[in-house]
Design a protein around this ligand. Structure first.
Ligand code: PHE
Length: 440
């Protein structure tokens, strides 16, 4: 056990990996439809408040815990507190990670099918008469299962490479590509006839659309999108160097993640309005509405291909980070080698994801897909998020927390105080209300 713990090699690598974790289906698939059904700009405004008031302090808490203990879940709790009393939070995080892996990789698998469809449509017309029927038939089929398996195998291969040679290297390449694709799309979208209407929907708030439900879903969306409340940032921070500035990195993640969500809105809403569709379409917005739009656009197949490649890359860098929670646990706590941990996790996830995928077909009655989504997002993530805020805010020794937060970087006193105040008071109360409302 004397071998040195892996580390991220550079600060750029840290940003690529953590932003890669945050930016995913949550931004490009979930955010636009949540904003679309939640009234657009009003939702966006509330969302941004949650990201900075609850999100940044929680990321800081997870980072402090991970780097101080140099352990993943649940070891970070026991090492920092010197007792096992908090370990249940760590185990709950691992359970959440396993469930997220199972349903997230199903949607990630769909993106591969859409990539192939886009390529096919470059060479011949595809039938778009019954989009909804086609989507329903595909998601319930074994083809969807096969794509999910392909995705998980790619994920496993990256994981085998380890923190620096696998995760960091892949994220360093994929994240810049992702931002370039987003940029190309944003420009294209702004040139569309419905651009003005789309942008007004996204940026001109109409507060009459707001109600308690919308506010709560904005908070849930902020947690999911920032990858907090399940030990992901704890795990990554356990591989940070001592001089990685935690506060600055947290703010950068929050800002970039929000930027991508806004860009996804800028890409999708002008197109939706230009082609006379409804922004409040729900979860199928990206998989049913967008393909219909691409079909009518000049150069449609090309944009379609680019979009689903974007979605696939964003999903991969997120799934990697969820896998790392479990792999780090198996290595840190059970002392397994990385290869064994990765293989066992991949096999386990193959089975769980297959069951989730079949929730759209033969296993409709069991519906593990929605059950896992509900239990992880509405129960485990708020519970673990609350736990980490309370633990770091109240239980971790103040000098240890301060040493992590301030480190060798200069953090202005007002910023440190504000974050700490939000961490100790605002975040626990805020999160508790989501949790209760989420259950109701
Ligand atoms: N943040 C990711 C997204 O927006 C999802 C995720 C959740 C990743 C939790 C890691 C941990 O898609």
């Amino acid at each position: 056990m004397s071998s040195k713990r892996a580390e991220f090699g550079s600060r750029l690598g840290v940003i690529a990996a953590t932003v890669g974790s945050a930016v995913g289906l949550g931004n490009i698939w979930r955010f636009p439809y949540e904003a679309g059904t939640g009234g657009g700009a009003a939702f966006l405004l509330i969302y941004i408040v949650f990201v900075f008031v609850l999100g940044v302090p929680t990321i800081c808490a997870e980072f402090s815990l991970g780097r101080f203990s140099r352990q993943g879940m649940p070891g970070a709790y026991s090492k920092t507190s010197g007792s096992r009393r908090w370990d249940f939070l760590g185990y709950a995080s691992i359970l959440a990670a396993l469930m997220i892996l199972a349903f997230y990789s199903v949607v990630a698998g769909w993106t591969l099918e859409y990539i192939i469809e886009s390529v096919k449509s470059m060479f011949g017309d595809v039938d778009i008469a019954d989009r909804h029927g086609a989507f329903t038939a595909f998601t319930g089929s074994w083809t969807a299962v096969v794509w999910t398996i392909v995705f998980l195998i790619i994920n496993g291969l990256v994981m085998l490479g380890g923190v620096q040679k696998g995760i960091e290297r892949v994220c360093n390449v994929l994240m810049p590509i992702l931002f370039l694709i987003l940029l190309a799309f944003s420009v294209n979208s702004l040139l569309m006839p419905g651009a003005r209407q789309g942008l007004e929907f996204l940026f001109k708030p109409d507060f009459s659309a707001l109600n308690a439900g919308v506010i709560l879903s904005a908070m849930g969306q902020a947690f999911f999108s920032l990858s907090i409340g399940m030990g992901c940032m704890v795990t990554y921070a356990s591989y940070f160097k001592d001089d990685t500035p935690l506060v600055r990195t947290s703010i950068e993640i929050a800002a970039l993640d929000t930027l991508v969500a806004v860009m996804a809105g800028v890409i999708i809403f002008p197109a939706v309005f230009s082609f006379g569709m409804s922004p409040a379409e729900g979860p199928t917005l990206v998989f049913e509405v967008l393909p219909a739009i691409f079909h009518q656009m000049t150069g449609g197949p090309f944009w379609s291909l680019l979009f689903f490649v974007l979605l696939a890359l964003a999903s991969l860098t997120s799934i990697i980070s969820v896998s790392e929670i479990v792999v780090t646990f198996l290595c840190d706590t059970l002392g397994w080698r990385r290869v064994k941990a990765t293989v066992v996790l991949t096999l386990f996830t193959l089975v769980a994801a297959t069951l989730c995928s079949l929730s759209f077909g033969p296993l409709r009655d069991l519906d593990l897909f929605n059950a896992f989504d509900f239990i992880s997002s509405n129960i485990l993530m708020p519970l673990c998020g609350l736990g980490v805020c309370v633990f770091v805010g109240w239980r971790m020794k103040r000098p240890e927390y301060e040493a992590q937060m301030r480190g060798r970087s200069r953090v202005p006193a007002w910023l440190f105080d504000t974050i700490t105040f939000c961490l100790r008071y605002i975040a626990p109360v805020g999160i508790l209300s989501v949790f209760i409302a989420g259950l109701m």
